[in-house]
Design a protein around this ligand. Structure first.
Ligand code: THU
Length: 131
């Protein structure tokens, strides 16, 4: 199993591949599943701004396309442009979907405090769920 530091390192690495010519705000995410598999993603923007894809949802999409079916245990998020890059509301809902009832850990890096961790149930209380 990867450590929080290793997941953040992977998020940092993939943030270098972000396609963000419009906002110039790069983001990388690395998701760890119960299986031990990890999946990374960066943000991908578009001339039609609203079509832009966040790094977290790109990482989760890679997991789904890769055949991952276990719970999303942790996701590390990193932006060189922010001291703490919290997931947006849409990404919180995506994380919650694939947590499958587990309280997924969100790992962020802060220049002063170092590696910080939060839980999806705390940052997305009363979430929408059809199940
Ligand atoms: N972005 C992410 O990749 N993840 C988030 O959770 C918030 C925002 C991206 C979208 C866009 O490409 C850029 O950051 C600025 O909003």
């Amino acid at each position: 199993m990867k450590t929080n530091e290793e997941l953040l390192e992977a998020a940092k690495e993939v943030s270098k591949r972000a396609y963000c010519p419009y906002s110039k705000f790069a983001v990388g995410a690395c998701a760890l599943y119960e299986s031990g598999n990890i999946y990374s993603g960066c943000n991908i923007e578009n001339s039609s701004y609203g079509l832009s894809l966040c790094a977290e949802r790109n990482a989760i999409s890679n997991a789904v396309a890769g055949g991952e079916t276990s719970k999303l245990v942790k996701i590390a998020i990193y932006s060189p442009n922010s001291s703490k890059c919290f997931p947006c509301g849409a990404c919180r809902q995506w994380i919650q979907e694939f947590a499958e009832g587990y309280n997924t850990e969100i790992i962020l890096e802060n220049e002063e405090k170092g590696v910080c961790s939060y839980y999806i149930n705390d940052i997305l209380p009363y979430s929408f769920n059809l199940k």
